[in-house]
Design a protein around this ligand. Structure first.
Ligand code: M6R
Length: 367
């Protein structure tokens, strides 16, 4: 059942090229680059008219939502808010019938997300579900939606469901930008083309980085804390990298926007602290390189995920993991892969039951 792998988690990490491919299949035509999302058709006019999109989710799905905020605001020029379902449901939020609520959930059964949606629906909002489990409660409460086609995810730590969520959310953003004519055709086609190449790039990353990451995991397995830093599109990936490590290695980890360091967390940095930078080439690359220099100057250990030709970032790093060049909006989908692998092997080194880490349930059906 684990297909020759030792754990479901590593099997599911390696299934990501397929999960992403399946989530694109029949939706993104690799020849014409046209996108067909039948789930959007029934609410097309509402989507175009919406003044606000509210994304509701928990955990890893919330991180997918945070990245979707960056994508949708950039491409569709509409306000997006990203809410923790547990906070949203209890704080009497202002919801109108003009609002589109996007729910993101692997299981489709997360109690807080489900109730948050039911409340918003009662106030007239349109619910759009991005769900992996067909026919689940959240799928049923949604007015429309797009399924992720990740297949069953058994490991408690979400991996392939996350990359499938990102795939579907970026498809959604590109399609909405087409409806609204809010991004150029050239950009939409470029993103669509690069999205169609993601399965092969993820496979390449898995083929080319795992052995090096095992060595890094061994070296840093006894650290008591880790920081994960990113900016822009890679900030949600920093949060996700930290969550993954916490869940399956029990090492304390925090994700931050890299520039927040000097507002407090930099006080933690000394020669024992590994700091993981997600530093692919993008519009804020120069900025994150200077954040790397700041950590280096304080003797922190730099582990970085970099674009493969980035000699400057590589020269600053104690350890580096190279990923292929891509458009900056695509890079985060690639950058998360080595962080999942790193967490897995740190968990293995520490002899943790990575598929079933303590205190956690695969789906949180109680609040
Ligand atoms: O099934 P959902 O996507 O609604 O689950 C949300 C979170 O419980 C889930 O993502 C959790 O954070 C994972 N264990 C993360 O790996």
């Amino acid at each position: 059942e684990k297909g020759g792998y030792e754990h479901f988690m590593i099997k599911e990490i390696h299934e990501q090229p397929q999960a992403i491919f399946d989530s694109l299949r029949g939706r993104l035509d690799p020849e014409s680059l046209n996108i067909t999302l039948s789930g959007l058709d029934t609410i097309k006019e509402k989507l175009i008219a919406a003044k606000r999109v509210i994304i509701v989710a928990c955990g890893t799905s919330w991180h997918a939502g945070l990245l979707a905020e960056y994508w949708i605001e950039e491409l569709c020029r509409v306000n997006v808010e990203v809410e923790y379902a547990s906070e949203f449901r209890y704080r009497n939020p202002i919801i109108t019938p003009e609002d589109i609520i996007i729910a993101i959930s692997q299981s489709g059964e997360t109690a807080d997300t489900l109730v948050a949606l039911e409340n918003a629906k009662a106030q007239g909002a349109t619910i759009f579900g991005i769900v992996n489990v067909v026919g689940s409660s959240i799928a049923r409460v949604s007015d429309a939606g797009i399924y992720t086609h990740a297949g069953p995810e058994i490991g408690v730590a979400s991996t392939k469901a996350f990359s499938a969520q990102l795939t579907v959310l970026l498809l959604f953003a590109i399609k909405l930008a087409e409806f609204k004519q809010s991004a150029s055709e050239e950009l939409r086609k470029q993103l669509s083309k690069e999205l169609s190449e993601v399965p092969d790039k993820v496979k390449y990353i898995l083929d080319s980085t795992v052995e090096d990451i095992k060595v890094i995991a061994k070296k840093y397995q006894n650290a008591t804390d880790f920081l994960f830093l990113g900016r822009g599109y890679n900030f949600p990936i920093a949060l996700e990298g930290a969550l993954k490590l916490k869940e399956i290695s029990y090492i304390h980890a925090e994700g931050y926007p890299a520039a927040e360091m000097k507002h407090g967390p930099i006080a933690l940095v000394d020669e024992t602290l590994p700091v993981v930078f997600i530093a692919t080439k993008d519009r804020v690359h120069e900025k994150i390189v200077s954040n790397m220099q700041e950590i280096k100057a304080r003797s922190g250990k730099l582990i970085s995920v970099v674009t493969e030709d980035d000699q400057l970032a590589i020269s600053l790093s104690d350890e580096h993991i190279k990923i292929p060049a891509s458009h900056e909006m695509i890079a985060p989908i690639l950058a998360v892969i080595p962080l999942q692998v790193l967490s897995y092997y740190v968990g293995i080194e520490r002899q943790i039951d990575v598929d079933r880490p303590r205190n956690l349930a695969k789906s949180v059906t109680v609040e």
